[in-house]
Design a binder for this molecule. Structure first.
Ligand code: ADP
Ligand code: MG
Length: 234
């Protein structure tokens, strides 16, 4: 399958059409952004690692019965996926307090949550992806009640599967961002699952092994991405 036309260039990936109208190729770049692109840089080989790691996670989820856009990894940086009509809502699931939850509610980072929290953000770069509630999603037609119910249950299932898998490899899934879309009347998990879109902490040392190393200038960003790939490849 070959790339035809570039249809979208985002912050981390490019999307290309293929000869099959139902399939796209996601090309994974090394570009890194944070704070809605106010901070920019590159992380060497990030695209290769995120492509490979997403393949591992989508494969795991498929075996556990979670439907996603993943078809196959074509090369180091190319992934073949089903074309989605993306729901413009980013879903975040949280297991441990971190990031914007800590900031917004004045909580200390690192506290265990008694149950996972699912949050919704409107996918809009100019608005910096604002936090929204379910009523906004229905009122503005981002998704129907049936679609959001499906998305929420998929988020909790994906969270449970990933937590179990990562726990066995000495990693805590602190939080994660997922995107969903419509394909032939079905809701599928889309985008990528990697250290750009999840917070991963070492279970013992609580060392950060994700994009927070880039966001907060903690150093050894590449090392953390490589370490995560090694862990999930076990
Ligand atoms: P962004 O800067 O918006 O995060 P990315 O660099 O992550 O963009 O590029 C991927 C874009 O493609 C995202 O906007 C995402 O919503 C979208 N996308 C992901 N998977 C699919 C798919 N299977 N079909 C169509 N669009 C997708
Ligand atoms: Mg993205």
């Amino acid at each position: 399958m070959e790339k035809r036309e570039l249809i979208y260039e985002g912050k981390a990936k490019k999307l290309y059409t293929t000869d099959d109208p139902d399939l796209l190729i996601q090309y994974f770049k090394d570009d890194a952004t944070a704070f809605n692109a106010k901070k920019r840089g590159t992380i060497e080989d990030k695209g290769v690692i995120n492509n490979r790691m997403s393949e591992i996670f989508f494969g795991l989820l498929e075996r556990e019965g979670v439907r996603s856009h993943f078809v196959e990894r074509l090369s180091d940086r190319d992934m073949l996926v089903k074309r989605l009509e993306i729901v413009p809502v980013e879903t975040v699931v949280r297991n441990i307090v971190a990031g914007s939850l800590a900031k917004r509610l004045g909580l200390e980072e690192g506290g265990d949550l008694p149950r996972p929290i699912v949050e919704y953000y409107y996918k809009s770069d100019p608005l910096d992806d604002p936090l929204i509630i379910e009523d906004h999603i229905y009122a503005f037609g981002y998704a129907t009640e049936a679609e959001l119910a499906k998305i929420r249950s998929m988020v909790l299932e994906v969270n449970a599967v990933l937590r179990r898998f990562l726990d066995a490899r000495g990693i805590l899934l602190v939080d994660a961002k997922f995107e969903f879309g419509r394909h032939k009347g079905e809701i599928l998990l889309g985008d990528e699952i990697c250290p750009d879109t999840c917070r991963f902490w070492d279970k013992v040392t609580r060392e950060k092994l994700d994009k927070d190393r880039f966001r907060r200038d903690l150093g050894n960003v590449e090392g953390a991405y490589h370490e995560m790939l090694t862990r999930v490849s076990q």
